[in-house]
Ligand binder design. Structure first.
Ligand code: ZN
Length: 383
């Protein structure tokens, strides 16, 4: 047998190759081997996915999956089954003081790929629940740039950047100071920074002006205050300037960070997010974020073309991570694939301020391949 697994007859959309056509995808040795047309004798495992959409395994650039170690963590494998995500990027659940447990107890045993931005605050996001909410960036004694550099440097196989949260909720009276410390750590270790914003201070303008090419602003399409558009619907100059110099704009939906109004303003200006992510955690997995396919569906229903939506959760996310072997179906890429369908009908969506949108489409996860093996659902599409 030439291959281990073949997905047969799907519509293959791979924005990394500007590919959108009916084809078979073959896997060998845990990687994508070839896209083409194959026969019954070419693999021991052949799945007929005709009528479905085959895309590179979805990357959710903003999740919280330190299950059990942090109160906001959700289970990455459960989430993957629901949402078709094959790479969960955890953003700052752990800091240098508790990353070892995240690695040993969650990342290493997980069948789903988990990468992480390491929080510059010593214990990451340690007090985030319905009843106890303490911003980990407010107490400056918790800022641990030297420790973060050491842990990030020792775990470069899974740590992709430094995370910081600033805003009234996350950094309180410390304002933007934790961002400046996190930037020092990111510079020192030579990795990108992902920065969270919430209510001012600091302002959107102050934050985005500090970010370097390749850094990621998450919660970029949040509701007022701290939005990227002005009341006249113009994208703020500082936002355009930041994109021009290579700053990346990520959605990070979550429970407080995505508004249809902001997204409409941005899309009307042709300003698509670089990456779409769910910011799924314990307090938003039952709504309003739910999962990655729901977050993607919102953009599809607001008029962003399907191929651009797929790019924002595959190749664009891989570029933000500097992991070109992810988010692509080029031969030699990791053998991760998500099988999707787009249902037509009337679907209710809600944002974080309670605005409802009736959409005419819904993206549904139908199956997952991880490392060249059919992973979910059990027995799915087996011929
Ligand atoms: Zn988050």
């Amino acid at each position: 047998m030439a291959f281990d697994l073949i997905l047969k007859g799907g519509r293959v959309i791979d924005p990394s190759q500007k590919l959108d056509r009916i084809a078979d995808v073959a896997f060998a040795g845990g990687k994508v081997a070839k896209i083409g047309a194959f026969g019954a004798g070419d693999a021991s495992d052949i799945r007929d996915v005709s009528g479905r959409i085959v895309v590179p395994g979805l990357i959710d650039l903003h999740t919280h999956v330190y299950w059990g170690g942090t109160s906001l963590g959700i289970d990455a494998e459960d989430f993957c089954r629901k949402s078709g995500v094959t790479t969960c990027v955890d953003t700052g659940s752990a800091g240098p003081g508790n990353f070892a447990g995240f690695r040993k107890h969650v990342i290493e045993p997980s069948q789903v790929r988990i990468l992480a931005y390491l929080h510059v605050s010593f214990a990451g996001i340690y007090a985030f629940s319905k009843t106890v909410m303490v911003g980990e960036s407010e107490e400056m004694r918790l800022m641990a740039p030297a420790e973060a550099v050491a842990v990030a440097d020792a775990n470069r196989d899974v740590i992709v950047g430094i995370k910081v949260r600033v805003g009234r909720h996350a950094s309180g009276t410390s304002g933007a100071a934790p961002l400046d410390i996190a930037l020092q750590a990111a510079n020192e270790v030579g990795l990108p920074l992902m920065c969270h914003i919430d209510f001012p201070p600091p302002s959107y303008e102050e934050v985005v002006a500090r970010l370097r090419p390749g850094d990621v602003l998450t919660h970029a399409f949040r509701p007022f205050p701290n939005t990227p558009v002005d009341p006249q619907g113009r994208v703020k100059d500082v936002v355009r300037e930041a994109r021009a110099r290579g700053v990346l704009f990520d959605i990070g939906h979550g429970k407080g960070s995505f508004a249809f109004k902001t997204a409409r303003g941005m899309l009307a200006n042709g300003f698509y997010p670089d990456t779409i992510s769910s910011d799924v955690h314990a307090l938003c997995i039952d709504g309003p974020a739910f999962d990655q396919v729901t977050t993607l569906s919102k953009f599809l229903c607001m008029g962003m073309p399907l191929n651009d939506v797929i790019a924002a959760t595959t190749v664009n996310a891989a570029m933000a991570l500097k992991r070109p072997e992810l988010g692509s179906l080029k031969p030699g890429s990791v053998g991760d694939v998500t099988v999707l369908s787009v249902q037509e009908g009337k679907f209710d969506y809600v944002d974080v301020v309670g605005e409802h949108l009736t959409g005419d489409k819904r993206i549904v996860s139908e199956g997952v391949v991880i490392a060249g093996r059919w992973w979910h659902p059990e027995g799915g599409y087996k011929s």
